[in-house]
Design a protein around this ligand. Sequence first.
Ligand code: F6R
Length: 364
Amino acid sequence: DKGGHKHFMAKEIAEQPSVIADALGHYLTDAGRDIRLPEDGIDFKSLDRIVMVACGTAYYACLTAKYWFEQLAGLPVEVDIASEFRYREPPVPERTAALFVSQSGETADTLAALRYCEGKAARILSVVNVPESSIARESDLALPILAGTEIGVASTKAFTCQLTVLLLLALKAAHQRGRIDNDALADKLSQLRALPTALNTALEMNETFRRSAQRLSEADNALFLGRGLMYPLALEGALKLKEISYIHAEAYASGELKHGPIALIDKKMPVIVMAPRDALFDKTVSNMQEVMARGGKVILITDPEGARAADDGVWQCLIMPEIDAVLTPILYALPAQMLAYHTAVAKGTDVDQPRNLAKSVTVE
Ligand code: F6R
C-alpha cells in the first residue's frame, strides 16, 4: 500500500517525521532529558575507539556518525566498507567496540565483518531495522532504528533513522565521558524532538524540489559538494541520484575540489552544494564561487541565513528551515532524497525497483 503516493519511495520519504518521532519516543526517557538504552547498555568510558562497518547508504550513516562521536564525545572512530574490512583483516585493538549498521541485517559482507570481530572486539553492537535479522541476532547488543518496513530499493527513511539512533549513541557517549552535562544533553534532545517539525516543513517544499529536479534531469553528470557533516551527506546524495535516475553523480569534500574534480566544471555541470550556515560555511561558499566562476550551475541547499549570504549567482537555492548544526545531516537528507526522486520521475525510470539492484544483498 503506497498510502496515496505514486511510489513507495515517496511514501517512505514522507514517513520520516513520524518514524523519527517513533524512534525518539523509544529511546528517550519519559521526561525527554536522557537516553534510554537496553538493560546492560554501553559503557563508553571503557572504550578507546569504535570501528564502524557497513555498506552503501548505511556506510554513509557511519561516516556521519564518525563526526558526531569524535566532536561530541572525543571518541575516535574508524569507518570501513564491509567488503574491504572483511578481507583486509585489520587488527582490532583492545577496548574497541565494533558497530555494524544495516537496514536489512542480512547484508553478506557486513555479516562476515561482524563474524570476523567475534572474540576480538570488546563489544559487538549493531544498528538495524530488522530486529530478528542475522546481524541483530549475532550482536551483543542490537539497537533497532524503528523505521518500519522499507520497500523502495533506494534507502531513505532507514538512513535518517540510522542517523537518529547513531546521534543518540554519540550524545550518550558524550554524556558518559563527561563532555556534556545533564542540561546540555537535555537541550540537544529537545532540539532533536523538534526535528520532525523541521522535516515536515521541508516536505512542504515538494513542488520546489520537483521544479529543481526537472532541470537536473537534463544533465548527464552531477557533482555533490559538502564539508564536515555535509560531506558524507554529499556522498549519499550522489548515490541516491545515480541509483534511481542513472545520472552519473560523484561527491567530493569541498576542499578536494581544486585537487582534481574542478577540471570537470563547465556550463553543463550541475553542482549540488550542501551548506547550512555553520562554522565551515564560508569555506564552502568560496569553493562554490570557484565553481560558478567556471560556469558551473550551482544548486545550493542551505538555510535562510546562508541564502542571504550566498545567493548571488546561484542557479537554484533550496532553503531548509533553521536547525541546530548537529542535526543538519538528518534534515538535509530530505532535499537530497527529493532531488533524486523527482529527477528519476522526470526521467521516467523505475523509482522503486531500479535496474540491476536488489533490496538486500545477501551474496557478495
Ligand atoms: C542505497 C541502498 C544500499 C544499502 C546497502 C546496505 O540506497 O539501499 O546502498 O544501503 O546495500 O544494505 P543494508 O543496510 O541492508 O545492509
